[in-house]
Write a protein that binds this ligand. Structure first.
Ligand SMILES: [Zn+2]
Ligand SMILES: [Zn+2]
Length: 263
C-alpha cells in the first residue's frame, strides 16, 4: 500500500489534515443545521450547553483528531495493519459488529470508579452539541482505539481485510459519532417502533446516557444494552415526545430514572 511507504511525518501530517478537514465539515454542518426550525422544534433538552462547554469541546476535538491521525500513521507505517485485501463489505461488517461489542464493554469499564477520570471530559456535556461527539481526553481516545482497533489490526494479518472497507467504516463511525450528539431527535417514530429499525440507536438514546449516565452504553445498536439490562424503559416514550416537539421530553430525559430492561 502506497500510504504505508510514505515517510512517517508525511503520512501522519496527511492523516491529521484529512481528519481535521472532515471533522470541521461534519461538525460545521451539524452546528449550522442545529438552528434550522426542523431541529429546533425537536429538541431533546430545552436548555443551553454549560458556559464554556463548546470551547472546551473544540480544544478536546483538536487533541483527539491529532491522536487518531498519529494512531493510524503508526499502524500503517510500522506494519501493525496487515496487507490490503479481502472483501470490502465483509471488512466493513466485521468492523461494525466488533466495535458495537467492544465499545459497550470499554464504555462500561470507563464508568467504573477507577477509569471514570479518563471519561470525565466526554461527560462534561449534559446537553450535547455538534462538538461533543469527539470530545474525549487523549487517554480515553487511546483506550477506546486500542480496545476497538487492536484486535482488528491483529485479525488483519491472517484474515484479509480491505483497506477501503475499513476506511469506509472509519468514516461512517466518525460521522455517526458527531450526528449521534445532536440535541434534537430527527429519527422518525418508526425507527423505534418498527422491528426492522428498532435495533438501531437514535439521538435520544445517547442523549439519555449523557443526562443519566447509568445506562445506554452502546455505540450503534441498542442490542448490547437490551441484552445486559442497561436500556431505559422509557426510551421510546422520550424519543416520541422529542420528535413530536413535546417539551415534556426535556424533563423526562433529565430525570434520573432507574435502569430497567426495556419491555
Ligand atoms: Zn456521548
Ligand atoms: Zn459514558
Amino acid at each position: 500500500m502506497m500510504l504505508a511507504q510514505l515517510p512517517f511525518f508525511t503520512l501522519a501530517s496527511l492523516l491529521v489534515a484529512f481528519f481535521v478537514v472532515r471533522t470541521a465539515l461534519v461538525q460545521g454542518l451539524q452546528h449550522a443545521l442545529d438552528r434550522h426550525p426542523f431541529f429546533k422544534k425537536r429538541r431533546i433538552f430545552h436548555a443551553q450547553p454549560a458556559p464554556g462547554q463548546m470551547r472546551r469541546e473544540l480544544i478536546a476535538n483538536g487533541f483527539v483528531v491529532v491522536t487518531e491521525g498519529l494512531f493510524w500513521a503508526v499502524a500503517l507505517h510500522f506494519g501493525l495493519a496487515g496487507k490490503d485485501g479481502g472483501n470490502i463489505i465483509a471488512s466493513f461488517v466485521v468492523c461494525l459488529v466488533w466495535w458495537d461489542i467492544s465499545f459497550y464493554i470499554s464504555h462500561r469499564a470507563l464508568h467504573t470508579k477507577l477509569l471514570f477520570p479518563l471519561h470525565r471530559q466526554h461527560h462534561r456535556a449534559r446537553i450535547n452539541t455538534a462538538f461533543s461527539g469527539a470530545s474525549f481526553s487523549i487517554a480515553e481516545a487511546l483506550f477506546l482505539m486500542t480496545a476497538g482497533w487492536g484486535p482488528l489490526l491483529a485479525l488483519s494479518h491472517w484474515w484479509g481485510m480491505s483497506y477501503l472497507g475499513v476506511f469506509a467504516f472509519h468514516e461512517f463511525f466518525s460521522v455517526l459519532r458527531t450526528t449521534g450528539h445532536f440535541n434534537s431527535e430527527f429519527y422518525p417514530q418508526f425507527w423505534v417502533r418498527s422491528k426492522w429499525f428498532n435495533w438501531m440507536q437514535t439521538t435520544t438514546f445517547h442523549a439519555l446516557h449523557h443526562s443519566r449516565s447509568r445506562g445506554h452504553f452502546g455505540l450503534f445498536t441498542v442490542i448490547p444494552d437490551r441484552l445486559m439490562n442497561t436500556a431505559f424503559a422509557d426510551y421510546e416514550d422520550v424519543h416520541d415526545r422529542a420528535f413530536n416537539g413535546d417539551t415534556s421530553a426535556s424533563e423526562l430525559a433529565s430525570a434520573p430514572v432507574t435502569v430497567k430492561a426495556a419491555a
